[in-house]
Design a protein around this ligand. Structure first.
Ligand SMILES: *Cc1c(COP(=O)(O)O)cnc(C)c1O
Length: 399
């Protein structure tokens, strides 16, 4: 076998030994509070379908209607002939909703994060990242040629120190607006002040805030009351709370035109099918027509936190739909996840390298599709399994 494949095999063995091996499940049902896997029904606390829209009939219906008009494939990139009326309509909707000059659709959030940093940054510039930023932001920084300076999670004193020490032509500060594995928020209002003072540009990845936060669900920019001047680069995804697929960058005319002209992950890729844009539009309309989905989600989250706190579960500090329980070792996280899976409840164990070493956790996500009874079942199962683990630890100490 070739050296490269041999080395890869070694990597697979190491990963299994460290309890870090990942296995995929295949669903034979739509996304939702209950999913079907291997013929078994599971109560599901793993999706980012925060508003319960992924399986909403309006999305499927609108996609169907568009199929009659546009067929399926876009057949070309946006700059050639893949850009349809529906893509244009979706971009206009997103610009209005976020209060930005314009919005530009991307095939995925991953691509959008690569694109922005590649277009804006070059050698001689510096980009400042929170340590817990999403992998796609990090890869974007590394591809950009700029110097990457990371600061401790949500530590603005550390950021200030790094900004003062940096000798750079252009400066970009990039953060997740809601941290995907922690659920906490970046202090965007303070970050906007720092960026202004330092003449830096601010970018927020709102994959987990868009659709969930803010009075109208417009996301973190609305939640913090930040206009385009204060938060010039806003990334949002359509595959999470909106229940569809794809992503967008919203911002000034110059930013969007710059991306259209220069962003390689935008130019050299096929446009999303028009039916996906149609489904996104349906999801966004539901966001506006049914604010009760957000209200329900927020009250389920509050209910979960209060009850979990009473049970002394190791909750992390988060008020969003992402409610991780910190278990530390990968072994413990897997053990609890497997035990509650045996009771028909699916919560993924998130392990390094997705999260820092010794901070393995159960990433519980709550959606508007859940009911109080679902949350109660989860809490009972968690309390039982965690007391079992704590008992093992106590017994070990007692020996
Ligand atoms: C999911 C996610 C992305 C990637 O978005 P996709 O549209 O799924 O590619 C980017 N950033 C964060 C923080 C995410 O959670």
């Amino acid at each position: 076998m070739s050296f490269l494949l041999q080395r890869l095999k070694g990597g697979l063995q190491d990963r299994a030994q460290q309890q870090l091996y990942r296995r995929r499940k295949s669903l034979s049902s739509p996304q939702g509070a209950l999913i079907s896997v291997d013929g078994k029904s599971l109560l599901n606390f793993s999706s980012n379908d925060y508003l319960g829209l992924a399986n909403h009939p309006d999305l499927a219906h609108r996609a169907n209607v568009s199929l009659k008009r546009f067929g399926f494939g876009a057949g070309a990139s946006h700059l050639v002939s893949g850009h349809s009326d529906l893509h244009r309509e979706l971009e206009e909707f997103l610009a209005r909703l976020t209060g930005r000059d314009r919005a530009l659709l991307f095939p995925s959030g991953f691509a959008a994060n690569l694109a922005v940093q590649q277009v804006l940054l070059r050698k001689g510039d510096a980009v400042f990242h929170d340590r817990l930023n999403h992998a796609s932001l990090l890869d974007g920084a590394q591809l950009s040629g700029a110097r990457l300076l990371r600061f401790a999670h949500n530590d603005l004193a550390h950021l200030n120190q790094r900004l003062k020490g940096a000798d750079a032509e252009g400066k970009l500060i990039a953060v997740d607006a809601v941290y995907s594995m922690d659920g906490d928020l970046a202090p965007l209002a303070e970050l906007a002040n720092i960026a202004e003072r330092e003449g830096a540009l601010l970018m927020a990845d709102d994959a987990h805030g868009f659709g969930v936060l803010g009075k109208n669900g417009a996301g973190s920019a609305e939640y913090w009351g930040l206009d385009q001047q204060q938060l010039p680069i806003l990334m949002g995804t359509l595959g999470k709370a909106i229940g569809s697929y794809g992503a967008f960058i919203a911002g000034s005319e110059a930013l969007i035109e710059g991306l259209i002209q220069f962003a390689r992950p935008y130019i050299y890729t096929t446009a999303l099918p028009a039916s996906v844009a149609a489904a996104s539009l349906a999801g966004l309309e539901l966001l506006q027509k049914e604010p009760e989905r957000r209200t329900k989600l927020h009250s389920l989250v509050a209910y979960f936190r209060e009850a979990a706190d009473e049970l002394n579960l190791p909750l992390m500090s988060s008020d969003t739909a992402i409610q991780p329980l910190l278990l530390g070792s990968s072994e413990n996280a897997l053990k609890v996840a497997e035990a509650i899976a045996a009771q028909g409840i699916y919560v993924p164990a998130i392990r390094p390298p997705t999260v820092p070493v010794n901070s393995a956790r159960l990433r519980i996500t709550i959606t508007a599709d859940h009911e109080i009874e679902h949350i109660d079942r989860l809490l009972d199962a968690l309390a039982e399994q965690l007391s079992r683990i704590n008992k093992v630890v106590d017994d070990e100490y007692a020996q």
